[in-house]
Design a protein around this ligand. Sequence first.
Ligand code: MN
Length: 330
Amino acid sequence: MPAITADTLTLPRLPELPESATDWRGVRRIVPARTFVEGEGFQVRRPFPGVDLSLADPFLLLDHMGAVEYGPGEAKGAPWHPHRGFETVTYMIDGAFQHTDSIGGGGLITDGATQWMTAGAGILHNEMPPQEMIAKGGLFHGVQLWVNLPRELKLVTPRYQDIEARDATLLSSPDGGALVRVIAGTLAGHDGPGVTYTPITYLHATVSAGARLDLPWPRDFNAMVYVLSGHGAIAAERRPLDEGQLGVFGPGAALTLRAADVQPASSPGGWEILVLGGLPINEPVARYGPFVMNTRQEIVTAIEDFQSGRFGQIPAEHLAHRGPADEELP
Ligand code: MN
């Protein structure tokens, strides 16, 4: 169950969109997430990058971590590693990640909190389960999103934003059947807490069984829905979209989403979805592991800068925990 819940009847309401006078977006593609192993060996489901990255632009990657119930000693993380040229956004639905970085940012991301890290010119960080979780185990469920930066901002000064669960902007569908948590960007005039360089909207919605959620959406943004759990359908054509699937929308001014009448036991609150979109950057993408630049030469420079220590230093008290990440790079 997501940590952030609320009585939807007391929240600000999203507007009712007129059925026939609204330019609803249709379905462009349904993409199943593929499974990968990250960091020290935790499994993620990754709907993109997939076949066509331009569909996701300005987003680069979405990793769905869990939901998994770790036993004692099983929780794993990602030891010290670099990033340059984009932003990582980690949203913890259940459980916790401990973050530390080379610019003094850090903290526990837990139960509905979001950590927004602008790697920009270069940063080193680690993302680890807290010691208590490693010792005792527990439920772990989160998402990491990579947001690209345009050429003129790729080398911006690194920045860290700690967004607590209570900071998320909460909204309700007109009949109270859906709870929407705005993490970043604006939805129907309501701003989320995340400050973004690239214009995006990023939200997590819980849609009760049988309920409908209609969202006005900027015409110049792309639009995608990723299902964390449960059953539902998207667009007027009601294309089914279930756990681990990404729906990519075509052009238009609004999204219509509907939770199935019967939800699985694994998703007791209803259909749990992420809805995200942004202004495409439309620039060439050169990516190599944790570096995302515009050209291959800029990737070579990033590797050289990292290897010569220009991404900063691992805090001294963490050197004993240094992982193998740098040895994996050429
Ligand atoms: Mn990272």
